[in-house]
Write a protein that binds this ligand. Structure first.
Ligand code: SF4
Ligand code: SF4
Length: 424
């Protein structure tokens, strides 16, 4: 990584502690990613983003702030980024996926909190992530209990706005969510000093839709056999999409897809044609959480699709671009976001339908349902996932894990045993 020490100092980061993170990342990334064979050339861009992860993009965000722009940190796929961009702001994902930050979160959170929340809080309190330092406002949501309480802790550090996400999807809930988006527009307007006009919102709806289209195109290539890209690489692209510039991300993802489409026309893949095809579902895999994909793919199977927030939930469904007034646009936003199926909703049959549909579309041999420790929502829903998949004769392996390496060998053994069963 180039030298960004002055920038990190200006952000009042804990430089010594941050150095430890910077030292560990190249080896972790190299061991998981750069050891793969026959990677698409277009992954160079995404590798570069990781190699400069705490440098290039943070520097861009700071430039934006120097011209009076605001940066909003978000933690969930239900937050409508479109509103932020329409007011001249920049939205950046803040979800923590590293064990490095967990101990910082554990200083203030109960031990039985999921690692995603612990890492997110730890990244802020330990002052070891520039993105958490740069964001002028955090945008939280009322999705799960752990997050709801975490916002109260983070609010003593930085302005936090919490969007009330409904827990059901009845007509009146979708209407209530429209009201929440309207309130959010007002908050963002006041914070940025910029009006959200129908023209600006229309443009930002197209901007974010284009990123979704690019990710949809990328995922479509994974339906081919042999699969032209590893699950690890596809996951990395989705993880980076949460915080990269949306237009650049769409462009780079389209470049990658073009290369993959050429590979498909040559019948070229990164796994043999008879490799097992796996769907991963469950709790999000925030960057740099690559553990499960690495275990599956080094055991010889290909992850071909993720029914995750760092997967299809992030980009399936577009916002209607024909809405002309703010009211119509907000309705279109609410309708699109309420099509996303997270376990925080009850009932949540849409997620089961999604898993079955994706399993068929991507011709998977089996499903790995992964749960971050202490996420009660997804771990409880795993019972229903298992029941539905068994009824459809789709094999499922349920695992519960965290960000540490402690269960690595145990997980590997379980995954290998599952793959052995699929091969029979
Ligand atoms: S799992 Fe649910 S709460 Fe967590 S990021 Fe995804 S949508 Fe949001
Ligand atoms: S993984 Fe579960 S517990 Fe953790 S933040 Fe997401 S919904 Fe909440």
């Amino acid at each position: 990584m180039a030298d960004y020490r002055q920038m990190w100092t200006d952000l009042e980061m804990d430089i010594d502690k941050h150095d430890l993170l910077c030292e560990a990342l190249p080896e972790a990334f190299g061991g998981v990613y750069l050891t793969q064979e026959n990677r698409p050339q277009s992954m160079d861009f995404f590798d570069f983003v990781v190699s400069e992860i705490h440098g290039v993009r943070p520097a861009e965000l700071i430039e934006h702030q120097k011209t009076g722009g605001k940066v909003f940190g978000t933690f969930c796929v239900y937050v409508p980024d479109e509103v932020i961009f329409a007011a001249g702001g920049i939205a950046t994902g803040l979800c923590g996926g590293s064990q490095f930050w967990v101990s910082g979160g554990e200083k203030v959170l109960p031990p039985n909190t999921c690692p995603l929340i612990k890492a997110s809080v730890g990244a802020r309190l330990d002052k070891t992530c520039p993105f958490f330092r740069i964001a002028d406002m955090y945008v939280g949501e009322t999705t799960c209990d752990g997050k709801k309480k975490a916002w109260e802790i983070l609010a003593s550090e930085v302005p936090v706005h919490v969007i009330d996400i409904p827990q059901m999807k009845r007509e009146k809930d979708i209407k209530a969510f429209q009201g929440e988006i309207m309130d959010f527009i007002k908050v963002v307007e006041d914070f940025t000093g910029n009006k959200v006009t129908p023209e600006a919102l229309g443009q930002s709806i197209k901007l974010i839709n284009n990123k979704r289209r690019a990710l949809q195109r990328l995922y479509s290539t994974r339906k081919a056999s042999p699969v032209p890209i590893s699950g690890k690489d596809a996951l990395l692209v989705t993880q980076i999409a949460f915080y990269d510039d949306p237009a650049r991300c769409a462009e780079m993802t389209n470049n990658l897809s073009e290369e993959l489409e050429e590979r498909i026309s040559r019948n070229e893949g990164v796994f043999p044609e008879n490799a097992l095809r796996i769907l991963v579902t469950g709790t999000p895999l925030a960057i740099p959480n690559w553990k499960l994909h690495h275990i599956i793919e080094t055991a010889g199977a290909a992850v071909v699709v993720e029914e995750l927030c760092t997967g299809t939930r992030y980009f399936e469904n577009l916002v209607d671009e024909n809405a002309a007034t703010i009211e119509e646009q907000v309705k279109a936003l609410a309708e699109r976001y309420m099509k996303t199926n997270c376990a925080c909703f009850t009932p949540n049959p849409g997620r089961i339908d999604d898993i079955i549909r994706l399993a068929n579309e991507y011709k998977v041999d089996g499903i790995i349902d992964t749960n971050l420790q202490f996420c009660n929502l997804y771990s409880t829903e795993s019972y229903l996932v298992k029941q539905a998949m068994t009824a459809k004769n789709i094999p499922v392996l349920h695992i519960e894990t965290d960000y540490s390496e402690q269960d690595y060998e145990q997980l590997r053994t379980r995954v290998e045993a599952f793959l052995e069963i699929l091969r029979k």
